[in-house]
Design a protein around this ligand. Structure first.
Ligand code: ZN
Length: 77
């Protein structure tokens, strides 16, 4: 047996895999677990409905993962 130390290439690959996993996690959080709207207009209509019916202020954002629009809670300061 020689050394168990990772080579630079292996280390780089490990880091890439970690980043990829994190990206997928973000994707699930910001996309797959949310309602998807096919256009900004539909998303904005849903924002108005939520404000009227549930009195919550939402924000729309374009999703690069699915090419649709999602809603997210407005961040309050
Ligand atoms: Zn999405």
């Amino acid at each position: 047996m020689t050394t168990t130390q990772l080579t630079d290439a292996e280390l780089t690959r490990e880091i890439r895999e970690l980043l990829e996993r994190e990206r997928l996690r973000q994707w699930v959080r910001s996309c797959l677990s949310k309602c998807r709207y096919s256009s900004a207009n539909r998303a904005n209509a849903a924002v108005r409905r939520a404000r009227l019916r549930r009195r919550v202020v939402l924000r729309t954002y374009y999703c690069e993962h699915c090419g649709g629009w999602h809603l997210t809670k407005q961040v309050q300061r």
